[in-house]
Design a protein around this ligand. Structure first.
Ligand code: SAM
Length: 423
């Protein structure tokens, strides 16, 4: 953000303290938006983007900023959100959780489109601020084995009977196999299946098919299919999942995040723990290893079914799961969960989607005496809703924001993952 004749200008592609020549894109009454044309004096934080499609592809926005500076910017954003939106400050800012900056993205949704002007089929992310598909042959944030599939996938779709009828390929990388989910608008022909099987064999991937909504996702060939799993080795856990299930995008960071969240929560062998927005049980099963009893609550019945299966797959018996809409959480719902946990909830872990956990935090803030959990750990993918909910916990509930910090889950993108501890 800079000023031109006193008016605020948001300049895409510029960094703090730089001198740039920029082109105004939009002029509003109180501010303009612009994009960099050339950099006259650059910042020490500026680096050469590694990816040749940077600036065109909408997948990454911050490759021109050094990795450490990206984390510092995100940390500042988190602290500003707490200050500006809730008027609060963590007692301690946690050291950022770092992981690999490249090849970290284990899930992605790629668009497939026939663009004759670009020479045929494109498979990739959308271009920045556009519905066009980026003409990309590789991607630095996807694991190398997945990036290497981009060109073969283009060629493969070109060999299908009607190449325009496959709008999307979703991918999920497991520990032992890469799963690709092909969205198809028409029933697959036998020759199409032959093309898919040949591709799977030569590239060591597993095809899943999706004819309509997410419920229709199924394996192309079930027999002998390698199970799709990710590991949490510190807890001796292996999580089976389906390629369209919610899983954390960055497996290495996820392992660190789970360990960090659990150590911050500090549950003991005697504790009864509630894991809200538990998904597949990513935190629930590790929590069960070190506490008396854990109850995971999640809105999606399919994920709850998968969480049950994951618990028995790992021989974890001191967990239970419930399906419930946590956006409409009430004191009565809390009482039901508490009785399911044997009349006690000592600690709560919350990991909501971007909308946050307002209803949950309002209920936690109304509890009294023995009902009150002594510690809450909140994992967030949106600093604005985290700050709002933290304000509720502090101002209405009398909880104190002890610690907060960022988790570098999505390097080079604007997404900010963070973790906060309340007592
Ligand atoms: C950020 S994910 C976290 C999942 C899990 N903790 C993990 O680490 O994999 C958020 C979860 O909230 C669930 N969710 C979304 N809206 C919900 C709602 N209204 N009530 C309950 N769960 C919801 C999603 O299905 C998803 O599993």
């Amino acid at each position: 953000m800079g000023r031109l004749d006193g008016k605020v200008v948001f300049v895409e592609g510029a960094l703090p303290h730089e001198s740039v020549t920029a082109q105004i894109l939009k002029s509003k009454t109180s501010y303009d938006t612009a994009k960099v044309v050339s950099v006259e004096r650059d910042s020490w934080m500026r680096v050469a983007p590694r990816c040749q499609y940077f600036g065109v592809c909408g997948g990454c926005l911050m490759q021109h900023l050094a990795s450490d500076a990206q984390v510092a910017v995100k940390q500042r954003l988190l602290e500003d959100a707490f200050g500006h939106l809730a008027g609060i400050k963590p007692e301690q800012v946690l050291a950022p959780i770092h992981g690999p900056s490249w090849g970290y993205r284990y899930r992605a949704r790629l668009t497939v489109r026939l663009v004759p002007q670009k020479g045929g089929i494109l498979v990739g992310f959308h271009e920045r601020r556009s519905s066009f598909v980026a003409d990309m042959m590789s991607c630095e944030v996807l694991p190398r084995a997945v990036s290497d599939l981009l060109v073969p996938l283009r060629e493969m779709i070109g060999r299908m009977s009607s190449p325009t009828r496959f709008p999307q390929i979703e991918l999920a990388v497991g520990d032992a196999v890469i799963a690709l989910v092909l969205r198809h608008l028409d029933p697959l022909t036998e020759p199409d299946k032959t093309v898919l099987r040949a591709f799977a064999q030569s590239h060591g991937v597993q095809w899943w098919l999706q004819s309509k909504g997410p419920d229709t996702v199924c394996l192309l060939d079930e027999e002998g299919a390698v199970p799709l799993t990710y590991a949490l080795p510190a807890f001796g856990i292996s999580m089976p999942f389906r390629p369209t299930d919610f899983t954390q995008v960055n497996h290495q960071i996820n392992q660190i995040l789970v360990s960090r969240a659990l150590s911050l929560l500090g549950a003991t062998e005697a504790d009864h723990v509630l894991d809200l927005f538990c998904g597949l049980g990513n935190f629930t099963l590790p929590l069960a290893r070190g506490s008396q009893q854990v109850l995971g609550v999640e809105g999606s019945q399919a994920l709850v079914d998968r969480a049950h299966a994951a618990a028995s797959h790992n021989g974890v018996s001191n967990v239970a799961f419930q399906t419930s809409d946590l956006f409409t959480f009430t004191i009565e719902s809390y009482a039901v969960l508490m009785s399911a946990l044997g009349g006690r909830i000592d600690r709560v872990l919350i990991d909501p989607p971007r909308e946050g956990a307002l209803a949950v935090c309002e209920v936690l803030s109304q509890l009294e005496g023995q009902q009150r959990p002594k510690r809450i750990v909140y994992v967030s993918c949106n600093p604005a809703t985290l700050a709002r909910d933290a304000g509720v916990l502090e101002q209405q509930g009398g909880y104190r924001l002890k610690q907060a910090g960022v988790v570098n889950m999505f390097p080079h993108t604007g997404h900010v993952e963070s973790i906060a501890v309340f007592e």
